[in-house]
Design a protein around this ligand. Structure first.
Ligand SMILES: C[S@@+](CC[C@H](N)C(=O)[O-])C[C@H]1O[C@@H](n2cnc3c(N)ncnc32)[C@H](O)[C@@H]1O
Length: 386
């Protein structure tokens, strides 16, 4: 297959089939697409840049209805100029650009969208398998350059790596695992105490569940998820990570309708969302995110959060989203309907950015941004009953 055809297929999969970059790449690569691992990695990175520039390519096209082949050909020819319109230049839809620019100003929007172009890798040192210092030494012995997070010592940022992260020995042995900083901060917001029972409402594939268990050895987790397929992956992952079976009870459920015999100490609601904060992981999100999708998730998040508050007096609500529709707006409805207040734990007050302005509780919720925290774009709120 020629390069143009290959790229056209990747674009087709992303836009028409609505799959992630990784799935699109795998499908296009079904037959052999590269001779060596290095070649495959280079091709993947080029596909990543192509998908990230999809909206820009469409803006630059002189045809009204350009085909995926036309766009792929323009990309391969290298004739990609800087368009004037900011949303075209930053390669996102107009509504999304305008929304972000209204929240953060044009400078802030540009800084955040540009930061998404680079993938930042964080690793969690999995102390269920080996002590932190040993894993650090093993990573360094492989030639990985790292920076330990000053607040959260089991989180390390990869500055450079001689090979793809998934191929590093400690990662293959599950002593270290790719997990974003924001995901770790979300779990830290729970402040799990000895003997706590925690409900994880949307748990699969289990990154946060396994971190809860790692942080407090006597805590137990009741983990729910609506997807059987993702729960299968979760069971496998927990085993590989060294999570004792007795510590996590897993159940397939639509968490909007679960009932428990008694309240639990804490609930984590890592709700399904538009994933607009994960553009660095999957640039296809920039090309396919719609207002309808955001509205759908926003309603679902409210339903799940209302149920969470029936189960515990302390709920940590998180979404991997840069949009207030899935953060502040949901909390505003909850604060009006129930007797809870959002709080930022003391140790994160200097670290978190506040929520978007215009809400009474903006300084009591936490936003993380790629251009500020080198993390995914995340919204985190700890809700306590008054
Ligand atoms: C952001 S992911 C969770 C990631 C997980 N917390 C982790 O750290 O690995 C959202 C999850 O919500 C699940 N989900 C979506 N709607 C749900 C519902 N109504 N009830 C339970 N789980 C749901 C999805 O299947 C998906 O696994």
């Amino acid at each position: 297959m020629s390069k143009v055809d290959f790229f056209a297929q990747v674009l087709y999969e992303v836009i028409e089939r609505r799959v992630s970059l990784d799935v699109a790449f795998k499908r296009a690569c079904k037959k052999r697409c590269a001779r060596t691992l290095d070649e495959r990695e280079r091709l993947y990175q080029e596909c990543r840049r192509l998908v990230s520039n999809y909206v820009k390519l469409k803006c630059l096209s002189t045809k009204k209805h350009s085909s995926y082949r036309d766009l792929a050909r323009a990309w391969v020819s290298g004739r990609v100029y800087e368009p004037v319109e900011p949303h075209c230049r930053l390669s996102v839809s107009k509504w999304l650009y305008e929304k972000i620019a209204n929240l953060l100003g044009p400078g802030g929007a540009e800084a955040m969208l540009k930061a998404f172009e680079e993938r930042t890798w964080w690793l969690r040192l999995n102390t269920l398998k080996a002590p932190e210092e040993r894993v650090l030494k093993e990573l360094e012995a492989e030639g990985v350059e790292l920076e330990v997070h000053p607040e959260i010592p089991y989180m390390v940022r990869v500055l450079s790596s001689p090979r793809p992260i998934r191929l590093l020995k400690p990662v293959r042995e599950f002593k270290a695992l790719p997990q974003d900083l924001a995901s770790a901060v979300s779990v830290e917001f729970i402040d799990v105490r000895p003997g706590d029972v925690v409900v994880d409402m949307c748990a699969a594939p289990g990154l946060k569940t396994s971190l809860i268990v790692m942080l407090e050895e006597s805590a137990r987790v009741l983990a729910f998820d609506i997807s059987n397929k993702r729960l299968r992956i979760m069971r496998h992952l927990l085993k590989k990570l060294g999570v004792p079976e007795s510590r996590v009870q897993i159940a397939l459920a639509d968490s909007r309708f679960i009932n428990l015999v008694r309240p639990v100490d804490k609930v984590l609601l890592d709700a399904p969302c538009s994933n607009s904060g994960s553009i660095d992981k999957d640039p296809s999100i920039k090309a396919t995110l719609t207002q309808g999708k955001v509205e759908f998730y926003s309603k679902r998040q409210l339903e799940l959060l209302l149920k969470s508050l029936e189960l515990s007096d302390c709920v940590v609500y998180t979404t991997c989203s840069i949009l207030p529709d899935e953060g502040e707006d949901v909390i505003e409805k909850i604060v009006k309907k129930t007797s809870v207040k959002p709080v930022v734990p003391l140790r994160f007050r200097g670290f978190c950015s506040p929520g978007y302005s215009g809400y009474e509780f903006s300084s009591n919720v936490c936003r993380l941004y790629p251009h500020v925290h080198k993390s995914e774009g995340f919204f985190i709120s700890r809700l306590e009953r008054l």
